[in-house]
Design a protein. Structure first.
Length: 324
Protein backbone atom coordinates (compact mmCIF):
# COMPACT_ATOMS: atom_id res chain seq x y z
CA UNK A 1 0.00 0.00 0.00
CA UNK A 2 2.85 2.38 0.80
CA UNK A 3 4.35 1.72 -2.63
CA UNK A 4 1.01 2.52 -4.27
CA UNK A 5 0.68 5.77 -2.32
CA UNK A 6 4.21 6.78 -3.29
CA UNK A 7 3.47 6.12 -6.97
CA UNK A 8 0.26 8.15 -6.78
CA UNK A 9 2.10 10.98 -5.03
CA UNK A 10 4.70 11.10 -7.82
CA UNK A 11 1.91 11.17 -10.41
CA UNK A 12 0.37 14.09 -8.53
CA UNK A 13 3.66 15.99 -8.63
CA UNK A 14 3.88 15.40 -12.37
CA UNK A 15 0.50 17.02 -13.04
CA UNK A 16 0.62 20.34 -14.91
CA UNK A 17 0.41 23.45 -12.74
CA UNK A 18 -3.04 24.33 -14.13
CA UNK A 19 -4.40 21.06 -12.74
CA UNK A 20 -3.89 22.35 -9.21
CA UNK A 21 -5.00 25.56 -7.56
CA UNK A 22 -2.86 28.54 -8.63
CA UNK A 23 -2.21 31.64 -6.56
CA UNK A 24 -0.57 34.61 -8.27
CA UNK A 25 1.01 37.75 -6.78
CA UNK A 26 2.29 41.10 -8.05
CA UNK A 27 4.90 42.73 -5.79
CA UNK A 28 6.39 46.19 -6.48
CA UNK A 29 8.66 48.35 -4.32
CA UNK A 30 9.61 51.82 -5.58
CA UNK A 31 12.09 53.95 -3.65
CA UNK A 32 14.67 55.56 -5.98
CA UNK A 33 12.45 58.46 -7.09
CA UNK A 34 14.04 61.01 -9.41
CA UNK A 35 11.74 64.01 -8.94
CA UNK A 36 10.61 63.68 -5.32
CA UNK A 37 11.98 62.35 -2.04
CA UNK A 38 13.58 58.91 -2.14
CA UNK A 39 12.31 56.13 0.12
CA UNK A 40 14.93 53.67 1.42
CA UNK A 41 12.61 50.86 2.53
CA UNK A 42 10.14 49.97 -0.29
CA UNK A 43 12.66 47.94 -2.36
CA UNK A 44 13.62 45.98 0.79
CA UNK A 45 9.94 45.54 1.65
CA UNK A 46 9.08 44.22 -1.82
CA UNK A 47 12.00 41.79 -1.99
CA UNK A 48 11.14 40.33 1.43
CA UNK A 49 7.42 40.00 0.69
CA UNK A 50 8.11 38.41 -2.72
CA UNK A 51 10.47 35.88 -1.13
CA UNK A 52 7.93 34.82 1.50
CA UNK A 53 5.08 34.58 -1.01
CA UNK A 54 7.19 32.27 -3.20
CA UNK A 55 8.00 30.13 -0.18
CA UNK A 56 4.29 29.65 0.60
CA UNK A 57 3.41 28.68 -2.96
CA UNK A 58 2.56 31.86 -4.86
CA UNK A 59 3.62 32.48 -8.45
CA UNK A 60 5.23 35.90 -7.99
CA UNK A 61 5.78 38.72 -10.50
CA UNK A 62 8.03 41.24 -8.75
CA UNK A 63 10.16 44.31 -9.41
CA UNK A 64 11.82 47.22 -7.61
CA UNK A 65 12.47 50.85 -8.59
CA UNK A 66 10.36 50.55 -11.73
CA UNK A 67 9.86 53.38 -14.21
CA UNK A 68 6.60 53.84 -16.13
CA UNK A 69 7.43 51.38 -18.90
CA UNK A 70 8.67 48.61 -16.58
CA UNK A 71 5.75 49.06 -14.20
CA UNK A 72 3.20 48.81 -17.01
CA UNK A 73 4.90 45.73 -18.48
CA UNK A 74 5.02 43.93 -15.12
CA UNK A 75 1.40 44.82 -14.34
CA UNK A 76 0.30 43.53 -17.75
CA UNK A 77 2.25 40.29 -17.21
CA UNK A 78 0.53 39.82 -13.85
CA UNK A 79 -2.93 40.54 -15.27
CA UNK A 80 -2.45 37.87 -17.93
CA UNK A 81 -1.31 35.33 -15.34
CA UNK A 82 -4.54 35.76 -13.35
CA UNK A 83 -6.49 33.70 -15.88
CA UNK A 84 -7.51 30.48 -14.12
CA UNK A 85 -5.98 31.46 -10.75
CA UNK A 86 -7.94 30.80 -7.55
CA UNK A 87 -6.37 33.82 -5.81
CA UNK A 88 -4.60 37.04 -6.76
CA UNK A 89 -2.59 39.28 -4.44
CA UNK A 90 -0.99 42.69 -5.05
CA UNK A 91 1.56 44.29 -2.70
CA UNK A 92 2.86 47.78 -3.46
CA UNK A 93 5.30 49.84 -1.41
CA UNK A 94 6.31 53.33 -2.51
CA UNK A 95 4.85 56.77 -3.12
CA UNK A 96 1.13 57.11 -3.71
CA UNK A 97 -1.12 60.08 -4.31
CA UNK A 98 -4.82 60.82 -3.98
CA UNK A 99 -6.23 63.48 -6.30
CA UNK A 100 -9.91 64.39 -6.10
CA UNK A 101 -10.74 61.06 -4.45
CA UNK A 102 -8.78 58.84 -6.86
CA UNK A 103 -5.64 56.99 -5.73
CA UNK A 104 -2.54 56.70 -7.91
CA UNK A 105 0.67 54.67 -7.51
CA UNK A 106 3.80 56.39 -8.78
CA UNK A 107 6.72 54.92 -10.78
CA UNK A 108 10.18 56.26 -9.98
CA UNK A 109 10.28 58.59 -13.02
CA UNK A 110 6.90 60.24 -12.39
CA UNK A 111 6.80 63.98 -13.17
CA UNK A 112 3.59 65.78 -12.29
CA UNK A 113 2.94 69.37 -13.35
CA UNK A 114 -0.63 69.29 -14.62
CA UNK A 115 -3.67 67.20 -13.87
CA UNK A 116 -3.45 65.54 -17.30
CA UNK A 117 -0.01 64.17 -16.37
CA UNK A 118 -1.65 61.68 -14.01
CA UNK A 119 -3.10 59.80 -16.99
CA UNK A 120 0.42 59.03 -18.21
CA UNK A 121 2.63 59.25 -15.11
CA UNK A 122 0.55 57.45 -12.46
CA UNK A 123 -1.21 54.10 -12.10
CA UNK A 124 -4.85 54.42 -10.95
CA UNK A 125 -5.63 51.99 -8.14
CA UNK A 126 -9.13 51.59 -9.57
CA UNK A 127 -7.65 50.22 -12.80
CA UNK A 128 -5.49 47.76 -10.88
CA UNK A 129 -8.51 46.59 -8.89
CA UNK A 130 -10.51 46.09 -12.09
CA UNK A 131 -7.83 43.67 -13.31
CA UNK A 132 -7.46 41.94 -9.93
CA UNK A 133 -11.06 41.40 -8.84
CA UNK A 134 -13.19 38.55 -10.16
CA UNK A 135 -16.19 36.73 -8.64
CA UNK A 136 -14.53 33.31 -8.93
CA UNK A 137 -11.30 34.10 -7.03
CA UNK A 138 -10.11 35.69 -3.81
CA UNK A 139 -8.41 39.05 -4.41
CA UNK A 140 -6.14 40.87 -1.96
CA UNK A 141 -4.68 44.38 -2.46
CA UNK A 142 -2.10 45.59 0.10
CA UNK A 143 -0.80 49.17 -0.22
CA UNK A 144 2.08 50.52 1.85
CA UNK A 145 1.87 53.76 -0.12
CA UNK A 146 0.71 56.42 2.31
CA UNK A 147 4.08 58.08 2.92
CA UNK A 148 4.56 61.84 3.18
CA UNK A 149 5.07 62.90 -0.43
CA UNK A 150 6.43 66.42 -1.24
CA UNK A 151 5.38 65.84 -4.86
CA UNK A 152 1.73 66.04 -3.81
CA UNK A 153 2.16 69.60 -2.51
CA UNK A 154 3.94 70.88 -5.61
CA UNK A 155 1.44 69.13 -7.88
CA UNK A 156 -1.47 70.66 -5.97
CA UNK A 157 -0.10 74.18 -6.46
CA UNK A 158 0.78 73.69 -10.14
CA UNK A 159 -2.38 71.87 -11.24
CA UNK A 160 -4.88 73.57 -8.88
CA UNK A 161 -6.25 70.11 -8.14
CA UNK A 162 -7.52 68.90 -4.79
CA UNK A 163 -4.67 66.77 -3.43
CA UNK A 164 -5.17 65.23 0.01
CA UNK A 165 -2.64 63.51 2.25
CA UNK A 166 -2.48 59.72 2.35
CA UNK A 167 -4.83 57.61 0.24
CA UNK A 168 -8.57 57.87 -0.30
CA UNK A 169 -10.94 55.26 1.10
CA UNK A 170 -11.64 52.43 -1.37
CA UNK A 171 -14.49 49.93 -1.20
CA UNK A 172 -13.55 46.34 -1.95
CA UNK A 173 -15.47 44.58 -4.70
CA UNK A 174 -17.13 41.22 -4.23
CA UNK A 175 -14.57 38.61 -3.18
CA UNK A 176 -11.83 41.14 -2.41
CA UNK A 177 -9.92 42.54 0.56
CA UNK A 178 -8.09 45.89 0.54
CA UNK A 179 -5.50 46.85 3.16
CA UNK A 180 -3.76 50.20 3.67
CA UNK A 181 -0.68 50.72 5.84
CA UNK A 182 -2.64 53.40 7.70
CA UNK A 183 -6.12 54.88 7.81
CA UNK A 184 -7.42 56.72 4.70
CA UNK A 185 -6.17 60.30 4.68
CA UNK A 186 -3.35 59.58 7.14
CA UNK A 187 0.39 59.37 6.50
CA UNK A 188 2.33 56.15 7.17
CA UNK A 189 5.89 55.97 8.46
CA UNK A 190 8.71 54.68 6.28
CA UNK A 191 10.54 53.44 9.37
CA UNK A 192 14.13 53.64 10.55
CA UNK A 193 14.94 49.94 10.16
CA UNK A 194 15.19 47.71 7.12
CA UNK A 195 11.41 47.66 6.63
CA UNK A 196 8.49 49.99 7.23
CA UNK A 197 6.52 49.31 10.44
CA UNK A 198 3.61 47.97 8.38
CA UNK A 199 5.66 45.60 6.23
CA UNK A 200 7.68 44.48 9.27
CA UNK A 201 4.45 43.38 10.96
CA UNK A 202 3.12 41.83 7.75
CA UNK A 203 6.27 39.73 7.35
CA UNK A 204 5.92 38.60 10.95
CA UNK A 205 2.52 36.99 10.31
CA UNK A 206 2.10 36.37 6.57
CA UNK A 207 3.46 32.80 6.66
CA UNK A 208 1.63 31.71 9.84
CA UNK A 209 -0.21 28.43 9.10
CA UNK A 210 -3.96 28.42 9.68
CA UNK A 211 -4.25 32.21 10.07
CA UNK A 212 -7.24 33.58 8.14
CA UNK A 213 -6.49 36.79 6.20
CA UNK A 214 -8.78 38.99 8.33
CA UNK A 215 -7.20 37.65 11.52
CA UNK A 216 -3.78 38.23 9.98
CA UNK A 217 -4.57 41.89 9.27
CA UNK A 218 -5.96 42.32 12.79
CA UNK A 219 -2.64 41.15 14.22
CA UNK A 220 -0.74 43.45 11.85
CA UNK A 221 -2.95 46.38 12.86
CA UNK A 222 -2.41 45.82 16.57
CA UNK A 223 1.35 45.39 16.18
CA UNK A 224 1.81 48.53 14.04
CA UNK A 225 -0.38 50.58 16.39
CA UNK A 226 1.76 49.53 19.35
CA UNK A 227 5.14 49.88 17.60
CA UNK A 228 4.36 53.42 16.37
CA UNK A 229 3.12 54.63 19.77
CA UNK A 230 -0.44 54.80 18.42
CA UNK A 231 0.55 57.10 15.53
CA UNK A 232 -0.31 54.65 12.73
CA UNK A 233 -3.39 52.43 12.48
CA UNK A 234 -3.58 50.12 9.42
CA UNK A 235 -6.99 49.93 7.71
CA UNK A 236 -8.78 47.13 5.86
CA UNK A 237 -11.99 46.80 3.89
CA UNK A 238 -13.17 43.27 3.14
CA UNK A 239 -15.86 41.85 0.88
CA UNK A 240 -14.46 38.31 0.86
CA UNK A 241 -17.16 35.68 0.44
CA UNK A 242 -15.42 33.08 2.60
CA UNK A 243 -12.39 32.44 4.74
CA UNK A 244 -9.08 32.84 2.90
CA UNK A 245 -5.79 31.43 4.19
CA UNK A 246 -2.38 32.36 2.79
CA UNK A 247 -1.01 29.24 4.49
CA UNK A 248 -3.54 26.54 5.39
CA UNK A 249 -2.59 24.55 8.46
CA UNK A 250 -3.79 22.55 11.44
CA UNK A 251 -5.57 25.66 12.69
CA UNK A 252 -7.72 25.90 9.56
CA UNK A 253 -11.30 25.09 10.64
CA UNK A 254 -13.16 22.56 8.49
CA UNK A 255 -16.20 23.78 6.55
CA UNK A 256 -19.42 23.62 8.59
CA UNK A 257 -21.48 20.45 8.02
CA UNK A 258 -24.77 20.80 6.12
CA UNK A 259 -27.91 21.03 8.29
CA UNK A 260 -29.34 17.61 9.12
CA UNK A 261 -33.10 17.25 8.67
CA UNK A 262 -34.86 14.86 11.06
CA UNK A 263 -38.45 13.62 10.79
CA UNK A 264 -40.80 13.74 13.78
CA UNK A 265 -40.95 10.38 15.61
CA UNK A 266 -44.02 8.20 14.96
CA UNK A 267 -45.91 7.02 18.04
CA UNK A 268 -46.34 3.19 18.08
CA UNK A 269 -47.36 2.33 21.66
CA UNK A 270 -48.53 -1.21 20.81
CA UNK A 271 -45.14 -2.20 19.44
CA UNK A 272 -41.75 -1.74 21.08
CA UNK A 273 -39.46 0.64 19.27
CA UNK A 274 -36.62 -0.89 17.36
CA UNK A 275 -33.20 0.27 18.43
CA UNK A 276 -31.85 3.13 16.35
CA UNK A 277 -29.25 2.05 13.80
CA UNK A 278 -25.71 2.78 14.74
CA UNK A 279 -24.26 5.86 13.10
CA UNK A 280 -21.29 5.32 10.87
CA UNK A 281 -18.07 6.54 12.41
CA UNK A 282 -17.10 10.12 11.57
CA UNK A 283 -14.66 10.43 8.75
CA UNK A 284 -11.31 11.32 10.26
CA UNK A 285 -9.36 14.14 8.67
CA UNK A 286 -6.18 12.67 7.16
CA UNK A 287 -2.70 14.21 7.43
CA UNK A 288 -2.17 17.17 5.00
CA UNK A 289 0.15 15.27 2.62
CA UNK A 290 -1.61 11.89 2.53
CA UNK A 291 -3.09 10.92 -0.84
CA UNK A 292 -6.86 11.03 -1.38
CA UNK A 293 -9.29 10.65 -4.26
CA UNK A 294 -10.36 14.23 -5.07
CA UNK A 295 -13.48 15.15 -7.08
CA UNK A 296 -13.15 18.58 -8.68
CA UNK A 297 -15.57 21.28 -7.48
CA UNK A 298 -17.80 23.22 -9.85
CA UNK A 299 -15.83 25.85 -11.77
CA UNK A 300 -12.43 24.18 -11.32
CA UNK A 301 -9.85 24.20 -14.14
CA UNK A 302 -10.27 20.42 -14.46
CA UNK A 303 -13.15 17.97 -14.07
CA UNK A 304 -13.59 14.48 -12.69
CA UNK A 305 -11.50 12.66 -10.12
CA UNK A 306 -7.75 12.93 -9.49
CA UNK A 307 -5.37 11.67 -6.88
CA UNK A 308 -4.10 14.63 -4.84
CA UNK A 309 -2.79 15.27 -1.37
CA UNK A 310 -5.49 16.07 1.20
CA UNK A 311 -4.13 19.62 1.52
CA UNK A 312 -4.29 20.23 -2.25
CA UNK A 313 -7.85 18.88 -2.43
CA UNK A 314 -8.96 21.03 0.51
CA UNK A 315 -7.40 24.19 -0.97
CA UNK A 316 -9.46 23.88 -4.18
CA UNK A 317 -12.64 22.92 -2.29
CA UNK A 318 -12.81 19.39 -3.73
CA UNK A 319 -14.71 16.41 -2.30
CA UNK A 320 -12.15 13.91 -0.97
CA UNK A 321 -12.34 10.21 -0.24
CA UNK A 322 -9.65 8.06 1.44
CA UNK A 323 -7.81 5.59 -0.79
CA UNK A 324 -8.11 2.66 1.63
Amino acid sequence: MRTLCLILFMICLALPVDALARRVALVIGNGAYRYTSELPNPPNDARAVARVLREIGFEVHSGTDLDQSAMRDLTREFARSLDGAEAGLVFYAGHGLQVEGENYLLPVDAQLAQKADLLYEGFPVSQLLAQLEAPDRASVLILDACRNNPLSRSFSRASRSTVESGLARVSAGTGALIAFATAPGDVALDGEGEHSPFTEALLEHIATPGLEINQLMTRVRAEVYAETNQDQLPWTNSALLGEFYLVPGDGTPPPPPPPRLTAAPVETPARPKAPAPARPPARAEPPPFSMVSCTAPSGAAWAGVRFLTYQQCSEIGGDWRPLN
